[in-house]
Design a protein around this ligand. Structure first.
Ligand SMILES: [Mn+2]
Length: 244
C-alpha cells in the first residue's frame, strides 16, 4: 500500500544576504508526518494557479502549519498596535490554496496559524492579541521551556473527532500563540477550549475531515511518550482512505 502524500504549504522566510526568500517548513512538522506514516511534500508559495491546482490534485491530505500573524485586512480589520509580523502575499496564497483544497474534500489538519487562516478562509475573525480577549486570559505564549513543555490543559467536546482521537476530555498542551479565533467561520465549530475560554480547536461540521488545533502537537515529536502523535496518525489514516 502506497503511503499518502501530505502537502504542506511552505512558509516564506527571508534569509540574510539574499534577495530571495526560502520556502521553509520546520523539521518537527516533517518528522511528525513521517513518523505517522505519511510522505511530506513542501508546497512552494506561488501565485501560479496551475501549479497550485497540480499540487491540490497530487496530494492526499494537507497540513496547514504554524507561522506569522494573519494580516487583519483579510478579515476586514485595521492593524491593532499589538499585531506582530504579517505578510499579505503569504496570506492571499494560503487563502486561495485553501479554497482549492476545500473543493476536493481531501483531509485537512491545521496547526496554530493553520487554524487561524482556515477560520479566516471560512469567514471567521481573530483576536489580534489575546489581551483583547478578556482580563482573565492566560499567558498563551508559554514560559515553560522546550517545544514539548506543557503550558495549560484544554477541555474537549465529547461529540468531537478530537474526543474520539484522545479518548478523554482533558488534554495537556503546549501554547505558543498570542492570537486566537474570535468569530467562528462558516462550517466550523469549537471542539476544545482552554479554561479561560480561548478557542483551542476547531472542526469542520460538514467537511469529510477538517481538524484544527491552536497548540503545537508537532513539538512533541522527540519526546519518549508522544501523546500528540495520535493527531497525526488519524490525519494520515484519513488521507490513506482518500488515496484508496
Ligand atoms: Mn493556548
Amino acid at each position: 500500500m502506497k503511503k499518502p502524500i501530505i502537502g504542506i504549504p511552505a512558509h516564506p522566510t527571508v534569509i540574510d544576504h539574499s534577495q530571495f526568500f526560502t520556502h521553509g517548513i520546520g523539521d518537527h512538522y516533517i518528522a511528525s508526518v513521517t513518523a505517522a506514516g505519511g510522505i511530506p511534500v513542501i508546497i512552494p508559495m506561488s501565485d501560479n494557479d496551475d501549479l497550485l491546482a497540480e499540487m491540490t490534485d497530487y496530494c492526499d491530505g494537507f497540513l496547514i502549519p504554524g507561522g506569522i500573524d494573519v494580516n487583519p485586512m483579510t478579515y476586514h480589520e485595521g492593524p491593532h498596535p499589538l499585531l506582530q509580523m504579517t505578510r499579505l502575499d503569504f496570506d492571499l496564497y494560503e487563502l486561495k490554496f485553501l479554497k482549492m483544497i476545500f473543493e476536493t474534500g481531501k483531509p485537512v489538519f491545521g496547526i496554530c496559524r493553520g487554524l487561524q487562516i482556515i477560520n479566516v478562509a471560512l469567514g471567521g475573525t481573530l483576536y489580534q492579541d489575546l489581551s483583547l480577549h478578556s482580563p482573565d486570559t492566560f499567558l498563551h505564549v508559554q514560559k515553560e521551556s522546550g517545544r514539548e513543555g506543557i503550558s495549560h490543559e484544554v477541555t474537549i467536546e465529547k461529540d468531537s473527532i478530537l474526543f474520539d482521537i484522545f479518548g478523554k476530555d482533558r488534554v495537556p498542551v503546549n501554547s505558543f500563540h498570542h492570537q486566537a479565533a474570535k468569530k467562528i467561520g462558516k462550517g466550523l465549530r469549537v471542539t476544545a477550549r482552554a479554561d479561560d475560554g480561548v478557542v483551542e480547536a476547531l472542526e469542520g461540521t460538514d467537511y469529510p475531515y477538517l481538524v484544527c488545533v491552536q497548540w503545537h502537537p508537532e513539538g512533541f515529536i522527540h519526546t519518549p511518550n508522544n501523546h500528540m502523535l495520535c493527531l497525526f496518525e488519524r490525519f494520515i489514516q484519513e488521507a490513506q482512505k482518500n488515496k484508496a
